[in-house]
Design a protein around this ligand. Sequence first.
Ligand code: ADP
Ligand code: MG
Length: 239
Amino acid sequence: MIRAEGLSKVYMSGGQPLRVLDRVDLHVEAESFVAVVGPSGSGKTTLLGLLAGLDEPTEGTVTVAGENLQTLTEDGRARFRAENVGFVFQTFHLLPTLTALENVMVPMELRDRASQENGRTIREKARALLERVGLEDRAAHYPAQLSGGEQQRVALARAFANEPRILFADEPTGNLDRKTGHRVVELMEELNQELKTTLVLVTHDLDLAAHAHRTISLEDGRIVSDETNRGGSEREAAK
Ligand code: ADP
Ligand code: MG
């Protein structure tokens, strides 16, 4: 599903090149759940941005679902993201002036400039997504009226709105307490299984990473280990 070859990112910092990703090769299989771990500054967010087509590598290529992202224009990559990719961030990124329901509707409206009829369908779909994350009774709440865990569940519902093939989550539990964080990752895991969404989760919490089928560790911009998780693979086998 995702293939990175010789992926490097070099920033110029005070006139000096700073190599934050160093010739990373990586293959993520369709429908799998992969965790990327590593210390702060090891390049996790940079890697995610490149795999998602948000950013361009200094060297190397990323191919997603057969599409070489480096051959697309910036507009082409934006279209590609809208059609294939969902995101969840540490700080939720909900629009503060929209309700929970309206936040979930946004990506569908952007994709599908709504007629009256579509508007109704989109609202129904958004309602079903909120129900799926257990927030049907919070649909009319604004983000400021929701707890951190609830905001992240809204963000998750929004990320799934266009039925993405891949969900990228960058430290999605970083602002949540432990229990709430686990609940959010369990929810991602369920959605991965039900909807067959490929899931790439960045976290520095090894307990959370254990939910994944596979854990990739980054240090100083390089992959230093790549392991299949027994818990994850046993769950897979048990299906
Ligand atoms: P992580 O997500 O693992 O904490 P990042 O990918 O955010 O790491 O960053 C890796 C390194 O790249 C850090 O040392 C960071 O300071 C540096 N970096 C990230 N973005 C930029 C940028 N736009 N310009 C210069 N350096 C950057
Ligand atoms: Mg980061």
